[in-house]
Structure formats: structure tokens, C-alpha cells
Design a protein around this ligand. Sequence first.
Ligand SMILES: Cc1cc2nc3c(=O)[nH]c(=O)nc-3n(C[C@H](O)[C@H](O)[C@H](O)COP(=O)(O)OP(=O)(O)OC[C@H]3O[C@@H](n4cnc5c(N)ncnc54)[C@H](O)[C@@H]3O)c2cc1C
Length: 337
Amino acid sequence: MVNVADSVRQAENMGIVYEKIDFDPSALAAYIRDTVDDLAEGVARLVKNRDIEQIRGHARFIESNQVYVDGANTIVRFSHAVIATIRINELPENLGTDPDSGVWTSDQALTVPEIPSSLLVIGGGYIGLEIGQAFAGLGSRVTLVEAAPHLLAAADPDLVQTVIKQCKKQFETVHLNSRITEITKNDAGFSVKIVTENGEITGDFSRILAATGRRANTTDLGLSALGIDTNEQGLIPVDDQCRTVLPHIFAIGDITPGPALAHKAVRQARVAAETIAGKKSAYDNVSVPAVLFTRPEIAWTGLTETAAKKNRIPVTVGKFPLTALGRAKAWAGPKGL
Ligand SMILES: Cc1cc2nc3c(=O)[nH]c(=O)nc-3n(C[C@H](O)[C@H](O)[C@H](O)COP(=O)(O)OP(=O)(O)OC[C@H]3O[C@@H](n4cnc5c(N)ncnc54)[C@H](O)[C@@H]3O)c2cc1C
């Protein structure tokens, strides 16, 4: 929807003029719900067509070959298991745990409970940027605070620059090397103290998005009784075949160390399935694409330039600007938007 609105705004250059673009938050929320429901139904159909039985509930290991599924009140016995229980959103301790406080996790923000007049985004990773840019497109005044000196730490800096340029146009302010020191709730929202590179400032915001990272969802799985340890981030270490320390129990996706990105999860799922089926398979993270749905979108595969240089691997950089691409120019997207 934000993309559509941006296209409408750009269309003015092409002579298509709208008096005013407005948003109806409840219609937008319904559109998001319908889209998610459609996708979920599509996946449910794929599952059914493959004769996979779906049991809804919270699964917990009770033996090395059994899980108990709360909610369905059933025990499932297995010869092999794959754990894919994601990293979950959690509000940082200093921001409280009240889901109605006006401090949003990304899950809450994605339901678009409202379009706040001002939004403070804490965290300059892909989640903070994707959601911050979406709300900026909907008309919120967005301020972003990031503790590190850069945004999107995993991507090459020249790619990130293109997103920063866009954020500078869309956001009120981007504070790097900055920290939140105090949040006070008031009638209008929040008063927030931020220590920036240029000293302490205080800002007023209607809503806050906490995009400071997600917690591994491993605490209530019964892993320790099986002898499956997690690392200091709560993630499950796996070998190249995505096996845990128990050779018949695999783990894939966000719950394993490394980036929390969709293509990694998909590739690991394939490796685990092929290994269980007796095929030779291995996860080679160098060939897995990373795609960030920022504006402009960023994607890469293989080593980044930064990682190659760090490992003293010679790099040749080739660049082709979208401004030179006729199709992009005609579509009014010469900056990759
Ligand atoms: C706001 C946001 C933006 C993102 N943007 C990008 C992006 O731009 N690019 C990108 O590549 N990735 C992005 N991601 C990350 C991407 O969504 C994840 O990497 C991917 O979904 C991980 O797949 P998964 O299989 O590990 O987990 P999921 O696809 O989330 O599935 C895990 C499932 O396990 C269920 N579950 C958890 N615990 C239990 C239990 N005990 N019993 C039974 N079921 C359980 C959960 O309910 C959930 O349905 C984004 C994520 C968020 C939140």
C-alpha cells in the first residue's frame, strides 16, 4: 500500500495529479489481515496436498522421540524431528511488558493499530527500517535511533548508503551512535531522552517501535532434558546437515546461529529434509541470498565485499546505476525504488 501511495506521489511528474492521498487505518489493517490469511491458506493447501498432518498447539519434547502438543493434548512420536521455532519479539526490559503501553514490537506494528503522528523507531536493523519506512510512507514523522555507528550492519556500506539517502528524505532524523536513556509516558505518548553524538536531547513521540532484536524461542521446548544445549543467545548450534547434537533432531531457520533471514531458513529446511531422506546435502551459507525489503530493497548473495576483504580475498567491484536503465527511468524508479 505504501508502495502504491509512493507511485501515486511520483505519478505527478507524469501528469497524473491527485489532490490528496489519505489512509484509512482500519481498511489497511483489514487488507493486511486478508493478505496474511490468503498466504496462510495457500501454505495450508500445500501442506494438505502433500499429505502432511497439521496439529495446532505448542510442542514440547518429552522424550528424544516424542513431543507433547499442548492445545491439541496429544503426543506425537517421531523418528526424526525438525525444530523451527523462530526468534520472537520481545520488548526490552526497560520498555516494560504491557502490550497496550504504546510501545510496539514489530508484530504489533505490522497490524497497523493506528497511524501515529510521530513514531520513534529504536533499532536500525532491517526490521526497524522496513517498518519505519512503511509508517513514514503512511504519514508518520519517524525518528530512528541506533546504538551502532551504522545501519544494516550485515550489508555492504555502499548498498546501505542508498537506503540511508532514502531514510534521510523520509525520516525526521536518524541518530547513529545514540542511546535511549529515559522514557516517560505522558498523555500524548512518550517523552524520550536520547544521548546522541551531539549531546542529550529530549523528543516527544506518540508511539515507539522497539526493533532492538528478537529472542530465541527455545525456553519452553524441553531441550535441556534431551541434552540439546543452546548458545549464549539461546540459539541451537547445528552441523552442516542442520543436525543438533542428537543426529535425528534437526534445527533450521531463525532458531539457529547466523542471520535471521527467510532464504536461510528455506535453504536449511531443504538440507534437513534431504539429509533425513538419506541424500547427501549440506548447508553452504555462501550461496544463500539475503534480501532486505527496505526502500530501496537490498539483496546480495555470496560473500559481501566487506567479508571478502576481511578474509583477504581479492574483489572486483562492478556497478551499474539504475539511472542508466531505460525501464527504470520510464517507470520513474531510477533510484531503485
Ligand atoms: C518485521 C519482520 C521483517 C522481516 N524482514 C525480512 C526481510 O526483509 N528479509 C528476510 O529474509 N527476512 C525477514 N524477516 C525474517 C523472516 O521472517 C524469518 O527469517 C523467517 O520467517 C524464519 O523462518 P522460520 O521457519 O525460522 O520461522 P517462521 O517462519 O516464523 O515459523 C516459525 C513457526 O513456529 C511456530 N512455533 C514456535 N514455537 C512453537 C512450538 N513450541 N510449538 C509449535 N509451533 C511453534 C510459530 O508460531 C511460527 O509459526 C523479517 C521478520 C520480521 C519479524
